[in-house]
Ligand binder design. Structure first.
Ligand code: 26A
Length: 348
């Protein structure tokens, strides 16, 4: 059923501005970055942003993983379907994010931090790899108080699908749990993205606190591997990891848990827990694309999540929602950074 355009989908995470440039081995080495990774910036990384702008012709693009997904979902859904929450500073970068979301039709309910600048993500492109180095700044100042403000909480109560980027587990677990409790209490769908290997690796306790509330978990094969390692699973095989996660205790017993793992150009694996204790395991192929059409892969996973969320909000079967995610990812990797083509293309 089509959405009636009443902000059914609410997303929470870290609003960031991406400073994206085409780099080289030398740049990666200088800052100790891996070609394909996502990390939190330390002191030694802080020169990267100016370096990218001055020496690598970097461009400024709206980023923040779940903010990219919110724009992606809204790209497909009817007007006024998506609202996004996070914390920015009162500065040019923050204004830029507000403009981009407004253009994409995403309603924002930002918290403004008066003392801290808007967060930045340095994106170093080398070939089809992207290295993300994030200085969260204001994004790290998100607080539960903001979510509980009556006009913001009204948006939460109104939404039927609550999506949290796993990156937010580094910022404000109480806000995530407030959304999770709301979903469990009112039988809404609570969806979490693993976001990056360092989340299951270094934020294991925070993740484990939230997992009992998760109806749908999204991730990729590297994140599945990192989860297997930190949770000492016997296998890193994505199907085995997914099976292990769907079986974890669940607060809302009215809904089975679903785990969706993308695997780059290999088929996307989905596992649903069945009442019988058995599993429904499916593999959905990706939409092939010629190498020459790829612009960059920054935001490909976020686009997948966005398309997938749109499918779920529209009440599509799981495999169709996955296919919508693959469709949007294919469109996004042909654009510069985490963006979607205009004029709009339509799925199906
Ligand atoms: C807490 N961290 C590290 C992050 C991020 C992040 N978004 C939220 N929190 N690190 C990178 N990103 C975003 O991921 C997108 C690509 O998937 C980048 O801003 C980029 O747009």
């Amino acid at each position: 059923m089509a959405s009636k355009g009443n902000f059914e989908l609410l997303c929470l995470e870290n609003p960031l501005l991406d400073i994206q440039g085409v780099g080289d081995e030398k740049l990666l080495e200088k800052y100790g970055l891996k070609a394909n990774d996502a990390i939190l910036a330390e002191e030694k990384h802080l020169g990267l942003y100016d370096d990218l702008i001055k020496n690598y012709k970097a461009v400024l693009i709206a980023g923040g993983a779940a903010q990219n997904s919110a724009r992606g979902a809204q790209y497909i859904l009817p007007a006024d379907s998506t609202v996004y929450i996070g914390c920015i500073g009162r500065d040019k970068y923050g204004e830029h994010l507000e403009e981009i979301c407004a253009q994409a039709g995403v309603k924002t309910a930002y918290r403004y931090d008066e003392e801290t600048p808007t967060g930045r993500c340095g994106v170093v492109i080398t070939g089809h790899n992207r290295s993300l180095c994030t200085d969260l700044a204001a994004a790290n100042k998100y607080q539960l108080d903001h979510l509980k403000q009556p006009e913001v909480w009204k948006l939460v109560e109104n939404a039927k699908f609550l999506y949290v980027g796993g990156y937010h587990l580094t910022v404000c677990v109480p806000a995530i749990l407030a959304l999770a409790e709301e979903a469990a209490a009112k039988d809404k769908l609570f969806i979490l993205n693993l976001s990056a290997p360092f989340i299951p690796q270094f934020f294991k306790d925070q993740l484990d606190q939230v997992l009992p509330y998760v109806d749908i978990l999204i991730g990729n094969e590297t994140e599945a591997g990192a989860y297997a390692e930190s949770h000492r699973l016997f296998s890193k095989d994505v199907k085995e990891v997914a099976k292990s996660i769907v079986q974890l205790p669940k607060k809302n017993s009215k809904k089975p848990r679903t785990v969706v793992f993308t695997q780059g150009t290999d088929p996307t694996v989905s596992v649903v827990a069945k009442d019988s204790g058995d599993f429904e395991i499916k593999e959905t192929p990706v939409h092939a694309i010629g190498q020459e059409l790829i612009n960059d892969t920054n935001g490909a996973g976020d686009a997948f999540a966005g398309g997938f969320l749109a499918g779920i909000v529209r009440g599509k079967p799981l495999e169709t929602a996955i296919d919508m995610g693959q469709w949007l990812a294919r469109l996004s990797i042909q654009q510069l950074g985490p963006s979607y083509p205009f004029p709009k293309q339509t799925y199906g």
